[in-house]
Write a protein that binds this ligand. Structure first.
Ligand code: ATP
Length: 374
């Protein structure tokens, strides 16, 4: 297990890591996420004794890295795959590390096989592709058959087959009861690989929970509703009914309705009651990427300035349908139910989805709205 308590690192006036406390438990793949410059590498370097904390501490199985007897046997890490002497052959590189740590030579050939570099064992590493370098870095981490493994961006430069291989390897290592801590910017990959996520922003802990909980807590679920036919009539009738029932309705570029604040069965009932036929009624959960962007948007240190050409490739925004002007905007009560709140999707110029906690709160607004849509 890795345990950080109040872990802090300052470089002059810059606080790279700010009072981080977390545990990375065995038997799981724990993803370590954060925007560029949020302190992931610095945290990993402190775990591995390469940087000394300014305050707080981090231990591996109860001891700081520097106090672990024969650390290579306890902890394996891939921090920088390029940190290899280019003139050395892959096998010689691994052998030198094995000899320093009292690891038998046959283990070198084992790990070369595990990472699929048997045929490149006698090649000099300066001729290695990015992906081969990553594989060699992973082989180095596995050399001591350690219980704790740290990987900083392990799939960087790997092709799809390589990415799948890394995913399976991480999961297998965790299934063997090892502690696997892996940083990545590839959200879709983390969603498939990690059971647990630690998310940081500007050196501080933003979230420490299971991947599933993270998505659920930070996602804005909505229903996509497509009314039969191309005409606006069904859309307007149903949209008005949904709004009166407490739903928040936005229109997608293809004419489908995006509904928040109402459960799917309720939407289906309202469609039935208003005699509107549906071609689609589907639930949507945010992806890990959306959930992550939502959580870290205020912690991003490096953002680009507006590019005047951006509108050329911006997706068409969601729009507020016409009938929304008629059915008055919902009154927001002081306390809203958490599941009814969802910020607008990134890039949307539309008003936020902000629903009352109970459809009953909508009654005064609904009474003022016309019965028939325009
Ligand atoms: N040796 C150093 N001296 C001064 N500042 C540093 C040093 N190392 C890191 N920093 C700063 O600390 C902050 C955190 O850097 P770090 O590399 O840990 O972030 P990161 O989350 O790994 O970023 P990325 O995702 O881009 O790799 C950054 O602002 C960085 O500039």
């Amino acid at each position: 297990m890795i345990e950080a308590v109040g872990l802090t690192k300052r470089f002059g006036a810059k606080t790279a890591v700010d009072g981080l406390s977390f545990q990375v438990k065995p038997g799981h793949v724990t993803g370590f996420l954060g925007p560029n410059g949020s302190g992931k590498s610095t945290t990993m370097r402190m775990i591995l004794g390469l940087d000394r904390p300014t305050a707080g501490q981090v231990t591996i199985n109860g001891l700081p890295f520097r106090e672990l007897p024969n650390a290579q046997r306890h902890v394996g890490a891939l921090l920088d795959a390029k940190a290899v002497h280019g003139g050395r052959r892959a096998r010689a590189h691994l052998l030198s590390i094995a000899q320093l740590s009292g690891i038998p030579e046959k283990r070198v050939d084992e790990v070369l096989g595990v990472v699929g570099l048997q045929d490149a064992a006698r090649q000099r590493t300066k001729g290695f592709s990015l992906g081969m370098g990553q594989r060699l870095g992973i082989a180095t981490a596995l050399l001591g058959d350690p219980q704790v493994l740290l990987f900083d961006e392990p799939v960087n430069g790997l092709d799809p087959e390589g990415i799948l291989w890394v995913r399976n390897l991480m999961r297998q290592l965790a299934a063997e009861g090892r502690t696997v801590f892996v940083s990545s910017h590839l959200m879709s990959e983390m969603a498939l690989t990690a059971d647990h996520l630690i998310v940081i922003g500007r050196g501080r802990l933003l979230s420490d929970m299971s991947t599933q909980d993270f998505i659920t807590h930070n996602s804005a679920g909505f229903a996509r509703v497509r009314v039969a036919g191309n005409g606006p009539d069904g859309r307007v009738i149903l949209g008005t009914a949904l709004t009166k029932a407490g739903g928040r309705v936005l229109q997608e570029p293809d004419g489908a309705l995006r509904v928040t604040g109402l459960e799917l069965p309720r939407i289906s009932d309202l469609a039935h009651e208003t005699g509107v036929r549906l071609w689609e009624l589907s639930p949507h959960r945010a992806s890990l990427e959306e959930a992550y962007m939502r959580m870290t948007q205020s912690s991003v240190e490096y953002t680009s300035t507006d590019d005047p050409r951006a509108e050329l490739w911006e997706p068409e925004p969601l729009t507020v349908p016409d009938w929304e002007e008629e059915v008055q905007a919902p009154v927001v009560p002081a306390e809203t139910a958490a599941s009814f709140f969802a910020p607008p999707p990134p890039g949307s110029a539309a008003r936020p989805f902000l629903m009352p906690g109970s459809p009953a709160d909508l009654a005064p607004a609904a009474q003022n709205s016309p019965e028939e849509p325009r």
